[in-house]
Design a protein around this ligand. Structure first.
Ligand code: EPZ
Length: 423
C-alpha cells in the first residue's frame, strides 16, 4: 500500500500548475452519452475517478481512449447496455451521473444506488424526484434504480436543496426531453455552469446556469463536442492553503480566481497574500497566520470541499478559529488525525473549534476521504519531523501527482511503498 512521506517545516517557492477540474470532467464525460458522435475532452486530469468513469462508459458500450490530458469518446456503434453495475458505481458515487443521460437517450437505465460514503449518507432522492417529474417511471430494487420512459417530457422541477450532481443529472436529462424544463433551487457551482456550456455546444438550449433557476429547451438529438475543461478551483484552493500553511511565495499557474472568491477572501483574512498575474495567481504568506471563522455553504459560499484543507492551516494560526460544516454530516474525519499531530481541535456536531498551537509534530496518519487526505498532507508540510499519510489512493482520486507538484515548489514530499522505499 503506497503512502506519502512529508518532511515538514519548509517554506514553498517556485511554480505549481493547476490541472483540469475533476468535478467538471466527470459530468461532461457522462454527457457524451447524449450523442452518438465522437467527442473530445481536453485538459482532463490523470485521476482514478476519470479512469473509473471511462471504464463505466466502456461498460455502457462506448469506446473511450484516455490519454491525459485528452479523453476521446468514440461514436456509438451499438445501442448501449444502459446499466451501471454496483462494482463500478461503488468505486465512485459520481457514476450516478449516467442515470439522466441513459434514460434520456435510451429510454431506460439501470444504475446501482451509489450508497453512502465516508462523509455522509449521500442520498439521490432529488435526482429521482426530478426524473419522475420528467415522466420517468422509477423503481428501486435489489440496490438498483431502474428509470424508464419512452421519451422524457419537459417539466418544472423544484429541488429541496441545491444539489450539484442532482442539478447536473437533470440538466442532461432535460436536454433530450421533449419541450421546456425549468429547474428551480439549482446548485450554482462553476462545474454546473461548465456542463451547461457543453450542453449548449451540443445543440441544447440551456439558460440561467450559475443562478438558482435554469431553463432548458430539449432537443430530439444532440451533437458531439470538443471541449477544454476549466482549471480545478478546489485543487487551486488546496495549494493556496498549502502555501498559507507552509509559508513562502509561489506562482500558481492557471488558478481560476474568479471561481474562488469565497476561498480567496478567507485566505486573505488569514494573512495570505493572493494577487492575480494574468491567468495565474501569486500566493504568498510571509507573516503570521490569523485565525478565521468559516461556515461552508453551497456556491457562492465557502465550499465544503475546502473545509478540511483550511482547517489544517488554522491549526497553527494565532488564536481560535470556528469552522461549521453545513453540507455533509460527517466531514470532520481529518480532525482526529490532526489532533494526533498536536493540533488543538474540539468538535461539537457540525462545529469544530480550532485553537492555534505553536507547531505540529510529524506522525503516521490515515487518509479517510479525498479532501481529508489533502488536509493531512498540508499538516505534514507544517509539522516538525516526518509525516506518513497512509491510504494514498484516496488522494489519487482527485489530485494528479500532488507529491510531484509540491516537491516542484520545494517541499520534501515523496511517494513511498510499504517498505518506505521511494515508489
Ligand atoms: C458534489 O457532490 C461534489 N462531487 C462533491 O465533491 C461536493 O462536496 C458536493 O457536490 C458539494 O459541493 C461531484 O461533483 C462529483 P450534493 P454531490 O448533491 O453532488 C444532499 C469532492 O471532494 N442531497 O451537492 O453528491 C446531500 O446529502 C466531492 O470532490 C440530498 O439530500 O453533493 C448533501 O447534504 C466530495 N439528496 C447536500 O444535498 C439528493 O438527492 C449537497 O449534496 C442529493 C443531495
Amino acid at each position: 500500500m503506497k503512502a506519502i512521506r512529508i518532511r515538514g517545516s519548509r517554506p514553498l517557492s517556485g511554480t505549481i500548475r493547476v490541472g483540469g477540474a475533476k468535478n467538471a470532467a466527470l459530468p461532461i464525460l457522462c454527457a457524451t452519452l447524449l450523442s452518438d458522435g465522437a467527442s473530445l475532452l481536453r485538459n482532463v486530469p490523470a485521476l482514478r475517478d476519470i479512469d473509473t468513469t471511462a471504464a463505466l462508459l466502456r461498460f455502457l458500450g462506448r469506446d473511450v481512449i484516455v490519454a491525459a490530458p485528452e479523453v476521446r469518446v468514440a461514436p456509438a456503434t451499438r445501442v448501449a447496455r444502459p446499466e451501471a453495475p454496483y462494482e463500478l458505481v461503488r468505486q465512485m458515487r459520481a457514476s450516478v451521473l449516467v442515470l439522466g443521460p441513459l434514460v434520456a437517450r435510451y429510454g431506460r437505465a439501470k444504475v446501482s444506488l451509489p450508497g453512502g460514503c465516508a462523509i455522509g449518507a449521500r442520498p439521490v432522492d432529488q435526482h429521482l424526484m426530478g426524473l419522475e417529474a420528467l415522466g420517468a417511471k422509477i423503481t428501486v430494487e435489489h440496490g438498483y434504480v431502474i428509470a424508464e420512459a419512452p421519451r422524457l417530457r419537459g417539466a418544472e422541477i423544484v429541488f429541496d436543496m441545491p444539489t450539484v450532481t442532482g442539478t447536473e443529472n437533470l440538466l442532461m436529462a432535460a436536454a433530450l426531453a421533449r419541450g421546456r424544463t425549468t429547474l428551480v433551487n439549482c446548485a450554482r457551482e462553476p462545474e454546473v455552469v461548465e456542463l451547461a456550456a457543453v450542453l449548449n455546444k451540443m445543440g441544447a438550449e440551456v439558460q440561467g446556469a450559475g443562478s438558482s433557476v435554469i431553463h432548458v429547451v430539449g432537443r430530439d438529438e444532440l451533437d458531439p463536442f470538443d471541449h477544454a475543461i476549466q482549471s480545478d478551483r478546489i485543487e487551486a484552493g488546496t495549494f493556496m492553503a498549502a502555501i498559507g500553511a507552509a509559508g513562502g511565495d509561489v506562482l500558481l499557474e492557471e488558478a481560476p480566481l474568479d471561481d474562488l472568491e469565497p476561498v480567496v477572501a478567507k485566505l486573505r483574512q488569514a494573512g495570505v497574500e493572493i494577487e492575480r498575474e494574468g491567468a495565474h495567481a501569486r500566493v504568498r504568506r510571509l507573516g503570521p497566520i490569523r485565525a478565521v471563522d468559516v461556515t461552508t455553504a453551497p456556491h457562492p459560499g465557502f465550499p465544503t470541499d475546502m473545509q478540511a484543507q483550511l482547517m489544517a492551516m488554522m491549526t497553527v494560526a494565532t488564536g481560535r478559529s470556528v469552522m461549521v460544516e453545513t453540507i455533509f454530516e460527517n466531514r470532520f474525519m481529518h480532525v482526529p488525525e490532526l489532533v494526533r499531530m498536536g493540533a488543538d481541535i474540539e468538535t461539537h456536531h457540525n462545529t469544530a473549534i480550532i485553537q492555534g498551537v505553536q507547531r505540529l509534530s510529524g506522525a503516521g496518519v490515515m487518509a479517510t476521504d479525498l479532501r481529508a487526505s489533502a488536509s493531512l498532507v498540508i499538516a505534514g508540510l507544517i509539522a516538525e519531523g516526518e509525516t506518513i499519510v497512509h491510504r494514498v489512493y484516496h488522494l489519487d482520486r482527485g489530485y494528479e501527482r500532488i507529491e510531484e507538484k509540491l516537491a516542484g515548489a520545494g517541499a520534501d514530499v515523496t511517494r513511498i511503498d510499504a517498505n518506505g522505499e521511494e515508489a
